[in-house]
Ligand binder design. Structure first.
Ligand SMILES: C[S@@+](CC[C@H](N)C(=O)[O-])C[C@H]1O[C@@H](n2cnc3c(N)ncnc32)[C@H](O)[C@@H]1O
Length: 286
């Protein structure tokens, strides 16, 4: 939706309740139009959402009104809320996100849950998060398992610097390494390697809906399995005996991912479902 259409649509009325009603109508294609409008307005005004209900008759300044129109225009063009406000909650941790990082998804918390289930609280061990992006998985594990040495890698230096800032902001100890998958790990070994790698096929029509997120965080060859195949094939050099590899994938990839784990002689192979009952995480042990 263009900026002009949004301007026409949003009334000249600048009271909070009126701009929220107008913005909600503009965002009707979103899953949560009213919530989106409230989050964007509370972010712009630096107030809690409850403030909007408490003071519905507050009149926005012209500058605030124009800035809100800009945010609503961008949201109407499908830009993720997290990029518009600059952060996203993951595992109850507030993470900064930029256009260089994937927006962490609630689905990925399943990967964290299954990792934690294999990391006893008192165990001092090494965990590697490959393709850390904003640092979501590594930071959640470091938060829950303070005795673990957590190493987070990414091929994108820009993503790593966001992840580093997040670690600093949260006061969590994680080491970061710029590496094309295992290439710079040298002889480092872990008890558990976890990754939410790119897994969308190059020609997948859904990619259009993800236009704002970095392509290299999403796409993995013709069938979406290029990176997963590589990670499974080469983990053995960096896993301690009986170490685990945990991977997120699309639900329709579960069978192929299981077959790859079998091909490379992993044991205790198991696929876990998300809250919607979809096959999203597969684990294998070496
Ligand atoms: C799907 S995103 C996951 C980001 C984050 N772990 C999360 O769950 O929100 C995949 C990440 O893998 C990184 N990546 C892609 N190819 C890579 C490679 N060859 N080596 C290392 N990281 C890679 C991307 O930069 C991106 O940050």
């Amino acid at each position: 939706m263009s900026r002009d259409i949004v301007s026409d649509y949003m009334m000249t009325e600048k009271r909070i309740h009126a701009v929220l009603t107008a913005a909600t109508a503009i965002l009707h294609l979103s899953d949560s139009p009213r919530l989106d409008a409230e989050i964007l307005l509370s972010h712009l005004l630096s107030v809690r959402r409850s403030h909007l209900f408490a003071w519905p008759d507050t009149i926005l300044t012209s500058q605030q009104y124009t800035q809100f129109q800009t945010l609503i225009t961008r949201r109407a063009q499908n830009e993720p809320i997290a990029y518009l406000i600059g952060h996203k909650e993951f595992w109850s941790l507030r993470l900064q996100v930029t256009e260089n990082t994937l927006v962490p998804r609630p689905d990925t918390e399943l990967l964290v849950e299954q990792s934690l289930a294999r990391l006893p609280l008192e165990q001092q061990t090494t965990v590697i998060d490959l393709g850390t992006g904003s640092g979501a998985i590594a930071l959640a594990i470091a938060y829950e398992r303070p005795l673990c040495h957590v190493l987070a890698t990414d091929k994108s230096g820009a993503a790593l610097s966001v992840a580093q800032k997040n670690a600093h902001q949260l006061g969590l100890s994680v080491d970061f390494l710029c590496s094309d998958w295992y290439s710079h790990l040298d002889d480092q070994k872990a008890t558990l390697i976890v990754s939410n790698p790119p897994y969308i096929a190059k020609n997948d029509p859904h990619l259009k809906q993800l236009q704002y997120e970095p392509l290299e965080a999403l796409v993995s060859g013709q069938d979406g399995l290029t990176d997963i195949r590589y990670l499974i094939a080469h983990a053995s050099a960096h896993l301690r005996p009986q170490g685990f590899l945990l991977l997120e994938h699309a639900d329709e990839q579960a069978e192929s991912v299981q077959a790859l784990f079998q091909q490379y002689a992993y044991t205790a192979i198991h696929t876990y479902q998300d809250l919607a009952g979809l096959d999203r995480v597969t684990v294998g042990q070496l």
